[in-house]
Structure formats: C-alpha cells, structure tokens
Design a binder for this molecule. Structure first.
Ligand code: FES
Length: 176
C-alpha cells in the first residue's frame, strides 16, 4: 500500500463526517423537506399540520443527502395551518394550503416559541411573553421581542411541504 493510499484510508472517513456535520448545521435550504420532531420520519404534507393550530415543530430534511438538519436548534421550524383568507399578502405568498412556517426560536433571547393562543391566533414565547402574528409575517404584537419571527417560505414538491427560499431573516437572537 502506498503512503497516499494509507493516508486516504485514515483521512477520508473524517472528511465525510465533517461534511455531514456541516449539512446538519446548515440552515434550511431551498428544496429541503420538513420532518416532524419526535414524530413519523416521513416528510410532512400540508394535511399533517393541524388545521387552526396548534403549531407543530419540524426539522428541515435534505432529500439528496438524506440529512436531517438537526445539528443546530436554530434550524427548528414551527408550522401552523390557518385560514389563508386572514393572511397579509407577504404571508399568502409564502404559504402552502394555509400552512406557514417560521423559526421556532424567539428573537428576543432565544427561547422556543411554544405557546399557541387560539382565541387570538397568536404565537407566544413563554420566557418574556412576546407575541407574534403568524398571519402577518410573524409581526411582534407585544412583549420585548425586537423583530418579527423569521419566516420560511414554502412550496410543494410531490405533494410534500418543501422550503422555497431561506429564512427571511437571521434565525436566533443577538446577545448584547
Ligand atoms: S426569549 Fe422570548 S420573549 Fe424573551
């Protein structure tokens, strides 16, 4: 065996692992599908999202590399299915069959936006009670959040929900 071949045997597996790690940490990419966190691993369709809420959580899934992008919590996506008649124009353009997608990470201090206030159809962060309107681009309705929830524009691929474009803004929060 040559020295190069010997080195190749040692180095190649490490490179593959590094690539996989990068892919898992990469933010949602156009063409990614979405898989429910802690649920059926099959990619989600619009009908899998409960009509009228509450939201479900999903990871982006790269179908080419068969990679679930669960290497960063900033990749957590929340999905809601609502009546699109109430959406503003930008939200309508990003939705599929009433399903909208947003970052699940609060831009205030990074908690998970986990509450659904059904009577007013707002999302709420349990840490400092910022509220967001998913029908209006994730706009801040109240609380200390400095900016809207980043939206994730959707499309369909073979009847499944898929990412059309990257997050509309950086996911996560800025430490002061
Ligand atoms: S972390 Fe969400 S409101 Fe503060």
């Amino acid at each position: 065996m040559t020295l190069a071949a010997g080195l190749g045997l040692v180095v190649a597996p490490r490179l593959v692992r590094a690539d996989e790690e990068d892919a898992k940490r990469e933010r949602p990419q156009p063409g990614d599908l979405l898989v429910k966190i802690g649920g059926d691993p099959a990619p989600l369709a619009a009908k899998d999202v409960p009509q009228g809420g509450p939201q479900i959580l999903a990871w982006p899934f790269d179908p080419a590399g068969k990679t679930v992008r669960d290497g960063s919590r900033l990749n957590k996506v929340l999905l809601l299915r609502l009546d699109p008649a109430g959406f503003d124009e930008a939200t309508k353009a990003r939705a599929v069959d009433g399903v909208v997608a947003y970052s699940a990470i609060c831009p205030h201090a990074g908690c998970e936006v986990s509450r659904w206030l059904a009577p007013v159809q707002h999302l709420e962060c349990p840490c400092h009670f910022s509220q967001y309107d998913p029908k209006a681009g994730g706009a801040v309705i109240g609380g200390p959040a400095p900016r809207p929830l980043p939206a994730l524009p959707l499309k369909t691929v073979d009847g499944r929900l898929a990412v059309a474009r990257p997050f509309t803004a950086r996911a996560g929060f800025q430490q002061s």
